[in-house]
Design a protein around this ligand. Structure first.
Ligand SMILES: *[C@@H]1O[C@H](CO)[C@@H](O)[C@H](O)[C@H]1NC(C)=O
Ligand SMILES: *[C@@H]1O[C@H](CO)[C@@H](O)[C@H](O)[C@H]1NC(C)=O
Length: 170
């Protein structure tokens, strides 16, 4: 049974400190969270949604993932159980990827530099800081099917010592 509930003031207040730290304060947390079982609130499996609504969900996912660093919550809420994962070092599916990232993202300082969403595809450009090393540039690309994130690609780059372009990576 779908039981639409309104995620409003409470969620907004709870995330306010991290939102203030984010370069991308979200405009609205008033979107509906679908309850598809009695234990898990999720936007998956997806149902049709206007692009503006998809964009809002995608930005909220990235905010939960990289700003709040609530990896398990972000994956349970926004990611398909049978996520198609293209990173050659990752497994398929939501559970495996959530478990892996939950051991990384909360412990690694990162900054979301920009995000966009168009034609079912969302992009997040992230600076991942490393102790005593050049930061890594990460591009996360996610495809949505309606309200649900169903597929992921990523591309990473570090600045090599013999870089020939004098311009900073960020
Ligand atoms: C939740 O759903 C599961 C599986 O359908 C069921 O076994 C359980 O009794 C339910 N719990 C509640 C509190 O309704
Ligand atoms: C930079 O260093 C790497 C590793 O030594 C080498 O493979 C690459 O060819 C170098 N690139 C340039 C542009 O010098």
């Amino acid at each position: 049974m779908r039981l639409p509930i309104i995620l409003a003031t409470l969620a907004t207040l709870a995330t306010l400190p991290s939102l203030l730290a984010s370069p991308f304060p979200l405009k609205s947390f008033s979107h509906r969270l679908e309850t598809r079982s009695n234990t898990t609130k999720s936007y998956c499996p997806g149902h049709p949604a206007p692009e503006g609504y998809q964009r809002e969900l995608f930005f909220a996912f990235i905010n939960d993932l990289y700003v709040k660093k609530d990896v398990i919550g972000a994956f349970d809420t926004y990611i398909a159980e049978n996520l198609i994962e293209h990173d050659p070092f990752d497994a398929q599916g939501r559970a495996a990827n959530a478990a892996k990232l939950a051991n990384i993202i909360p412990y690694v300082p990162s900054t979301v530099l920009r995000m966009s969403f168009d034609n079912n595809v969302g992009l997040a450009h992230v600076r991942v800081n490393q102790a005593n090393k050049e930061p890594i540039a990460l591009a996360d690309i996610y495809r949505m099917d309606g309200t649900c994130i169903v597929e992921h690609w990523d591309v990473t780059q570090s600045r090599p010592a013999n870089a020939t372009n004098p311009i900073a990576m960020f």
